[in-house]
Design a binder for this molecule. Structure first.
Ligand SMILES: Cc1ncc(COP(=O)(O)O)c(C=O)c1O
Length: 387
């Protein structure tokens, strides 16, 4: 019997080694990883630049405390703010904690405006994390089940529906709108091209903060470093995690303007957040984005995947649609024709790692995937869902 709590039900496979898009299990079998540890190892397993930074840093210093200045953290903050056109950063250990910081900032913003009972609008089907605040923000009943009382400050509106937000125009209790640029856990839901621009307009007119949860959709995943760059906007708050550390736990809550001034000494903190080791890894990640053509690869492999998919699956009536932005890939299936509950295991037997959400396959392959590996992926999908 395992001594682990039962909140996970892991598949019966243990991976012992990873390189690029491939994982090796304890029996020596190799698997194509089309999930990247759920959008984490975006640069592939054991990327040499990240590994080198980790090795070098671990021989010098692992941890001090945020009581003292941390050189890597300051460097990373400067680079991230430069790339994201933001002013300041708080470093956390996860996506949920980055969002938690954003929610606390929104509360302080509310205080600064004398709003006693602030409301944050978030989207149905959204996912923002598993802490009490972020699961309250999340728009999925299954994530909240059993955990009431929830925090009451979140109101959920339909995603990709600006009318649903406009209805709150002039409501002086609202302080922020918090959304994902693309919904990930919902099965890759891509909104209309100008959705984020319109949401930003509404926020600006009302003096609400725009909080973008880019935990899954940023760090190159959509072909730009940050997903909202497709819309040429900068939010008031941007939350990152997952791909920021390429496998080490680091999250970041970036803020701009008034939102960046809300946290003052003693109002927030984290023992591990942004320690010398994790920030060394994240600096390596940013170096790779800056010095290689990885984003070009995302766009090329995205186009290639789409064209091969169209070629191979155009006559497959169990497929409803392909939703793809960069290498965020959702395949909507007809659950009357495919037993979606068996797909993850079936794929695993064929040495392919995917995720299934409801009746959608979700894939987040490493951004360094090659044409040949896309061919392998397509051929494994043919085995999985027929053609
Ligand atoms: C959009 C989004 N926000 C937040 C989170 C939570 O991140 P973490 O699991 O690192 O707390 C996730 C995780 O899947 C996510 O996809």
């Amino acid at each position: 019997m395992s001594n682990l709590m039962s909140n996970y039900s892991p598949l019966d496979v243990t991976f012992v080694k990873g390189e690029g898009c491939w994982l090796t299990d304890s029996k020596g079998d190799e698997y194509l990883d089309a999930l990247s540890g759920i959008g984490v190892v975006n640069l592939g397993h054991c990327h040499p630049t990240v590994t080198k930074n980790l090795v070098d840093q671990s021989q010098k210093l692992l941890h001090t405390s945020n009581v003292y200045r941390i050189d890597n953290q300051e460097k990373l903050a400067k680079k991230l703010c430069g790339f994201a056109k933001m002013d300041k950063v708080f470093f956390s250990n996860s996506g949920a904690e980055a969002n938690e910081a954003a929610i606390k900032i929104a509360r302080l913003y509310a205080r600064s405006k004398d709003i006693e009972n602030p409301i944050i609008l978030t989207a149905s089907q959204s996912f923002h994390g598993r802490t009490m605040a972020t699961l309250s923000a999340t728009g999925q009943a299954k994530v909240q089940a059993g955990f009431s009382p929830l925090m009451s400050e979140f109101m959920h509106v339909n995603y990709d529906d600006t009318d649903a937000i406009q209805k709150f125009n002039g409501n002086s209790d609202i302080v922020a709108v918090m959304i994902e640029p693309i919904q990930g856990e919902a099965g890759i839901i891509i909104p209309k091209n100008d959705y984020l621009n319109q949401v930003q307009d509404i926020c600006r007119k009302n003096g609400w903060l725009l909080i973008l949860d880019g935990v899954q959709s940023c760090m190159g995943r959509t072909g730009k470093l940050f997903a909202h760059e497709h819309n040429e906007i900068t939010p008031d708050i941007l939350c990152l995690a997952k791909g920021l550390g390429n496998g080490v736990p680091i999250g970041a809550c970036l803020a701009k303007g008034i939102a960046s001034e809300m946290l003052t000494p003693g109002t927030h903190g984290s023992t591990f957040g942004g320690n010398p080791l994790v920030t060394a890894a994240a600096l390596g990640v940013l170096d790779v984005f800056q010095n290689t053509k990885v984003l070009d690869n995302v766009n090329q492999m995205s186009d290639y995947f789409r064209s091969e998919f169209d070629k191979k699956f155009s006559n497959n009536d169990s497929i409803k649609e392909l939703r793809i932005k960069g290498l965020m890939i959702g395949i909507g299936l007809d659950s009357d024709k495919v037993d979606c509950t068996q797909l993850v295991k079936k794929a695993l037997n064929d040495k392919l790692l995917i995720n299934v959400t409801g009746s959608s396959i979700r894939m987040l392959p490493p951004l360094i995937i090659s044409k040949k590996e896309v061919d392998t992926l397509i051929s494994k999908l043919e085995t999985l869902i027929g053609n």
